[in-house]
Design a protein around this ligand. Structure first.
Ligand code: HEM
Length: 428
């Protein structure tokens, strides 16, 4: 069974293009080979078939997890994510874990976190003036939000302790040379080797998290406190009425950290990169219309989706929008292409929030997929949208200019695409 066509260059070159010029790489592959197309990178052991038409995307999201487990595509995260991680589970186990984790993301409970996020955003943006690399600041802010709102850190000491061990674990996987070294040499060759350093960082992270859990079990959140997601997760009960053990809670918190930190920081950085080049949008945001704010959030996520693919590993051949793809292949809904294809979006390259305010024709829901879809759709999407809304509300008071007129291109930082100069803006 033949795979759809794709670049013939060696996997190492495709990996470098995928990492350093991901936008140009995906655009080039689509322009030359169409939809679907097959790429080969060190990202996955198997070739990956990218789909981006709405019908194919829907078919990928509907694949039976028994033949197309998504968890297996994230296997490389296992050393950090842990055995209970929602990211790695499939089928019934995945659905059970999803039910448990989605509790804190519902309605009123989740909205109760908005004032805390707005306050953290005001504290961060209040200090901005002159040249600011928004990506660096957004990494700090979104981590602070996760530590306070999700992990329930109560004071600066707890935040600092957790921040140190998280940076230790994430820094190893954010550097391009280290990631390439880890992809090529897949073994732990001692404490100084890439995998050895990563393992040590994860051990330090786990020790700090277990200490936090021990403290929270002895000093739970009092009624009337703003509370945290950890407080809600500690109150979970499985179908037999059992509370989660520390290992399970640790894996849930890590899934929220891995899912929610870099993705939100990258999306917010892109928001600053776009807003600095569209002063008219900032002026309209300042008027405070909630529908316009929502439109800006949707448009940032469309024009610059932070995650590029939602991959599934095929254990059996599958028929996807008229293409039969053999077993042993990764198939992926290409979020980046779907959100930006010229034939799916009028003036796709333009940043135009107005397209969300009743313009016809309404976009096909399978082409706005920054959060993926199906049973694996981002569990934190409502939280992410709220977080971006709160930060942009505060940001609309700033006067922003780009440090250079031309738009920033995308480069890959671990799983997400970020602006290549880090969304460098001039404030004031
Ligand atoms: C703008 C920010 C975000 C973007 C663009 C994003 C995007 C995504 C995408 C594309 C997926 C995979 C979907 C698939 O495979 O079909 C995903 C999964 C996930 N995300 Fe997000 N995410 C964001 C923020 C968050 C936040 C803030 C949290 C939590 C606090 C979160 C938690 C998760 C979790 C737990 C999963 C795994 C879901 C599962 O496997 O069932 N994400 N996200």
């Amino acid at each position: 069974m033949d795979l759809p066509p794709g670049p013939r260059s060696p996997a190492i070159w495709q990996t470098i293009a995928w990492m350093t010029r991901p936008g140009a790489f995906m655009r080039g592959v689509h322009a030359r080979y169409g939809d679907p197309a097959t790429i080969r990178t060190y990202w996955t052991e198997e070739p990956m078939v990218l789909f981006s038409s709405p019908d194919a995307v829907r078919a990928v999201f509907r694949l039976d997890p028994a033949i197309a487990p998504a968890g297996q595509s994230w296997e490389f995260l296992r050393p950090f994510a842990g055995a209970h991680s929602i990211l790695l589970l499939d089928g019934e186990e995945h659905l059970r874990e999803r039910r448990l984790m989605q509790g804190p993301f519902h309605g009123e409970r989740m909205r109760a976190f908005a004032p805390m996020i707005a306050e953290l955003a005001r504290a961060e943006l209040g200090g901005w003036s002159g040249r600011v690399v928004a990506l660096e600041r957004m990494r700090e802010l979104t981590l602070e939000i996760i530590l306070r709102v999700v992990f329930g850190a109560r004071d600066d000491g707890e935040v600092a302790a957790l921040r140190g061990v998280i940076d230790g674990a994430l820094d190893t996987v954010r550097s391009l040379p280290w990631v390439l070294a880890m992809a090529v040499v897949r073994k732990d060759l001692g404490p100084r080797s890439p995998w050895g350093r990563f393992r040590g960082a994860v051990e330090r992270f786990d020790a700090a998290l277990f200490e936090l859990l021990a403290r929270r079990r002895t000093q739970p959140e009092a009624d009337g406190e703003p509370g945290s997601m950890l407080g809600l997760l500690l109150a979970q009960r499985d179908e037999d009425g059992h509370p989660p053990d520390d290992r399970h809670l640790r894996d849930q918190l890590v899934a929220l950290l891995v899912g929610g930190h870099d993705s939100s920081a990258a999306s917010l950085a892109w928001a600053f990169e776009r807003l600095a080049r569209h002063p008219g949008v900032v002026a309209r945001l300042r008027e405070g219309d909630p529908a316009y704010l929502d439109a800006v959030v949707r448009e940032v996520l469309r024009a610059r989706p932070a995650l590029t693919i939602a991959p599934r590993r095929l254990l059996e051949p599958a028929e996807i929008a008229g293409h039969t793809v053999p077993a042993g292949t990764q198939v992926a809904a290409c979020l980046w292409l779907a959100c930006r294809r010229e034939d799916l979006w009028p003036a796709a390259a333009e940043f135009r929030p107005e397209r969300w305010l009743g313009e016809a024709p309404a976009p096909n829901p399978m082409s706005w997929i920054p959060f993926g879809g199906g049973v694996r759709r981002c569990a934190g999407a409502p939280f992410a949208e709220m977080e971006i809304r709160e930060v942009l509300r505060v940001a609309s008071a700033l006067t922003l200019r780009p440090s250079r007129a031309e738009s920033e291109r995308a480069r890959r930082s671990m799983l997400v695409l970020v602006p290549h100069r880090g969304a460098e803006v001039l404030v004031g």
